[in-house]
Design a protein around this ligand. Structure first.
Ligand code: SF4
Ligand code: SF4
Ligand code: SF4
Length: 134
C-alpha cells in the first residue's frame, strides 16, 4: 500500500490500440468481440512479460504459482466485482459502456500513480503531500 487507507483496484482499461495484444509473440492474447476485454489463452502464454512491458499501467500480472499472466476479462460481461460491491452496499463500482470518442488508454496507470492521484482527491493536496513525504 503506497498510501495508508488508499487502496484501489488496478485493472485493464481496454486501450483502444491494445498494445499488449499486439506485443504478444505467441498469440496468447485476443480481444473479446462482445466485451472488448483482453482474453488470455493460458496454454499459449510463455510468461515472457512483453505484454507487461508495453502496458502503460503495467496491468498484466504474473500468476504467483503458474507460468502465465493474469488479466481481468470483465467476467465475460458479467463482472462479479461489481455484483459484490453492490451486494455489500458500497456501490462504488458500476458498469459503464464504451464510447468511441474517449481514449481509455490515458487512464491506464501504474498502481503507484493511481494511488497518489486518488490520495490527492480524497485527502486534498496539502495532506496528501504530507503523507507521501513520510
Ligand atoms: S507474458 Fe504471455 S500473454 Fe504476455 S506477451 Fe508473453 S506470451 Fe503473451
Ligand atoms: S491497459 Fe494494459 S492490459 Fe489493458 S489493454 Fe491496455 S495495454 Fe493491454
Ligand atoms: S471480478 Fe471479473 S470483472 Fe471484476 S476484476 Fe475480477 S475478472 Fe475483472
Amino acid at each position: 500500500m503506497f498510501v495508508p487507507g488508499v487502496e484501489i483496484p488496478h485493472l485493464c482499461f481496454q486501450c483502444e490500440d491494445y498494445p499488449c495484444v499486439n506485443a504478444c509473440p505467441t498469440g496468447a492474447l485476443s480481444i473479446n468481440d462482445k466485451t472488448g476485454a483482453v482474453n488470455i489463452d493460458v496454454s499459449k502464454c510463455s510468461a515472457c512479460g512483453l505484454c507487461v512491458n508495453v502496458c502503460p499501467g503495467k496491468v498484466p500480472h504474473m500468476h504467483p504459482e503458474k507460468n502465465h499472466i493474469v488479466l481481468c476479462d470483465l467476467c465475460d460481461g458479467n463482472p462479479k466485482c461489481v455484483e459484490t460491491c453492490r451486494e455489500g452496499k458500497w456501490n462504488t463500482l458500476k458498469i459503464t459502456f464504451r464510447s468511441e470518442r474517449v481514449s481509455y488508454k490515458v487512464s491506464a496507470k501504474t498502481p503507484k500513480k493511481l494511488t497518489i492521484e486518488t490520495a490527492r482527491k480524497i485527502l486534498g493536496e496539502e495532506i496528501a503531500k504530507e503523507v507521501l513525504s513520510q
